[in-house]
Design a protein around this ligand. Structure first.
Ligand code: MG
Length: 407
C-alpha cells in the first residue's frame, strides 16, 4: 500500500530522514510507514539508545549510512549484530545524536527521543534549518521560546508529531488570519486509566495499573504522564509555543474515547474538530509528507465508524490530578526546565516502585517550590552551547534533589 501521493517538484524524493529515538514506539511506527513508501522516504540515519538488538534489526533492514547509540561501550555489540558487508558510520552520545540530526544530506529529522535527552538533537536540527517532525515535546517544554526564535532565524520548520497538536494543525490549516478569529484551542485528554477514580483508589494504584492505557500503546514514561495528566500539562505548554497562544486561551477537556483529538473554538461560536481512530501513524505520516497533505485515496489508519461512537466530555479534576495545575504554574513562572526534570525523576521513581502514584505530584510540587527561589533561566539570545549548558545545569540540580526527595 502506498501512503503518499506523488508530489510536485518542490521537494526531491525520496526524502531523506534521520530518525532519532528509532527503537521507541514513534520510531517503530515511523519505520512501518517508510517500509510501505520506500520510493518517497529513505532512512539516512537511525539513532537509538540502549536497545542495541532492536536498532541492529532496524539497521539491517533499512541500511542507513549513519547510526548512533547512547554509549560508546555498546559499539562492538552493535557491530557484531550487523549483517556482513553493511558498514555504516557509528556515532554515540549527545554529540553523535546532534551530528546525525544536522547532516547535510538529511531533509527531515524525526525527533522522537524520550524526555530532556532529546533536546540536543532538536536544537542541532533547528540550527541548520531542517524540517523537524517533533515528537519530543520536552524540547519545547524546556526551551520553547528559544527554539521558536532559532527556527525563525534559521528557516527551520517544526511539525508536531503529537495527535492533539496535529489535530489543531489540521483544524487551523484551511483558515487565514486564524489568530484574530480563534477564541480558544481545546486539547482533549483521554484521562488515562484512572479518570473518575477518587483519592482512596489512587492511594493504592500500582505501576501495572498505571501502565494500562485504555486507548494508546505508548512507552512507559508517556503512559504514566498520561495517567497523572502531566502529559496534558506538557502538551498545553507545547501548544502555547507551537501556535503562539497564551495559556488562558487553551482549555483541556477529558474525552475518554480518544476519537476527537483536539478542537478549535472560533469567535463566531462554531467549533472545528478532528476525529480519527487513535493511531500515531496519522501524525507521523502527515509530518513526513509535509508540506503536502496525505493522499486521500489511501488510508493510513483504519476508518472511523461514527455509528459505533458516543462522544463524551468532562472537565479534568485538577485537585486530584494536580499535575495539570503544576504545569500551568511552571509555565507562568518560567520554571519549565525544573518541572520537566522533577517529573522525569518522579516517574522513574514510581516505575521503580520507590514512590507511590500520589507522591508523583507531591515530589514535583516540592521541586517547583524550591525552583521558585532560584533565579529563573532566560535562554533568549544565548548561543546553542550556552543554552544547552544552562538547561543541563538546572536540569541536573533538580534531578539530584528529586532523587533524594522524601516526604
Ligand atoms: Mg498527545
Amino acid at each position: 500500500m502506498k501512503y503518499i501521493s506523488p508530489f510536485s517538484n518542490e521537494i526531491h524524493f525520496p526524502k531523506r530522514l534521520a530518525l532519532m529515538g528509532a527503537t521507541g514506539t514513534i520510531g517503530t511506527n515511523a519505520l512501518n510507514i517508510i517500509r510501505n513508501s520506500k520510493e518517497y522516504f529513505e532512512v539516512y540515519a537511525l539513532a537509538g539508545g540502549k536497545n542495541i538488538e532492536k536498532l541492529a534489526e532496524q539497521a539491517n533492514e533499512f541500511t542507513p549510512k549513519f547510526l548512533a547509540i547512547q554509549y560508546k561501550n555498546d559499539i562492538p555489540k552493535l557491530l557484531s549484530l550487523l549483517k556482513a558487508n553493511y558498514k555504516p558510520e557509528i556515532l554515540y552520545g549527545k554529540q553523535g545524536y546532534s551530528t546525525l540530526s544536522s547532516l547535510d544530506e538529511v531533509d527531515m529529522v524525526l525527533a522522537a527521543q524520550v524526555g530532556a535527552a532529546g533536546i540536543d538533537a532538536t536544537l542541532a536540527a533547528v540550527n541548520v534549518g531542517k524540517q523537524v517532525a517533533l515528537a519530543n515535546k520536552e524540547s519545547l517544554v524546556l526551551a520553547g521560546s528559544f527554539i521558536r526564535q532559532l527556527a525563525h532565524q534559521k528557516n527551520a520548520t517544526i511539525i508536531p508529531v503529537d495527535s492533539e497538536h496535529y489535530a489543531l494543525f489540521q483544524c487551523l490549516a484551511p483558515h487565514k488570519n486564524t489568530d484574530k478569529n480563534v477564541k480558544k484551542l481545546i486539547l482533549t485528554a483521554s484521562g488515562g486509566p484512572f479518570h473518575g477514580k477518587d483519592k482512596n483508589f489512587l492511594k493504592n494504584v500500582q505501576v501495572e495499573d498505571a501502565l494500562k492505557h485504555p486507548n494508546w500503546k505508548m512507552g512507559a514514561k508517556i503512559t504514566i504522564d498520561s495517567a497523572t495528566l502531566m502529559n496534558k500539562g506538557l502538551e498545553v505548554i507545547e501548544a502555547c509555543h507551537l501556535y503562539g497562544v497564551p495559556l488562558q486561551d487553551i482549555e483541556v477537556l477529558i474525552h475518554q474515547q480518544s476519537i476527537i483529538h483536539s478542537l478549535v473554538a472560533w469567535k463566531d461560536g462554531s467549533i472545528t474538530a478532528q476525529l480519527a481512530v487513535p493511531d500515531m501513524k496519522l501524525p507521523i505520516c502527515a509530518a513526513f509528507s509535509f508540506p503536502k497533505m496525505l493522499n486521500q485515496e489511501n488510508n493510513i489508519i483504519a476508518d472511523l465508524d461514527l455509528t459505533k461512537q458516543s462522544l463524551n466530555f468532562d472537565k479534568p479534576n485538577k485537585e486530584l490530578f494536580s499535575c495539570l495545575n503544576l504545569a500551568y504554574h511552571a509555565f507562568t513562572n518560567n520554571i519549565c526546565i525544573e518541572l520537566n526534570a522533577a517529573n522525569e525523576i518522579a516517574v522513574e521513581r514510581f516505575l521503580q516502585k520507590n514512590i507511590s502514584f500520589l507522591q508523583i505530584p507531591m515530589l514535583i510540587e516540592d521541586m517547583l517550590t524550591y525552583a521558585n527561589g532560584l533565579q529563573a533561566i532566560t535562554l533568549n539570545n544565548s548561543t546553542i552551547e550556552s543554552a544547552l549548558a544552562l538547561i543541563d545545569e538546572r536540569d541536573n540540580l533538580i534531578r539530584e534533589k528529586a532523587k533524594k526527595w522524601n516526604n
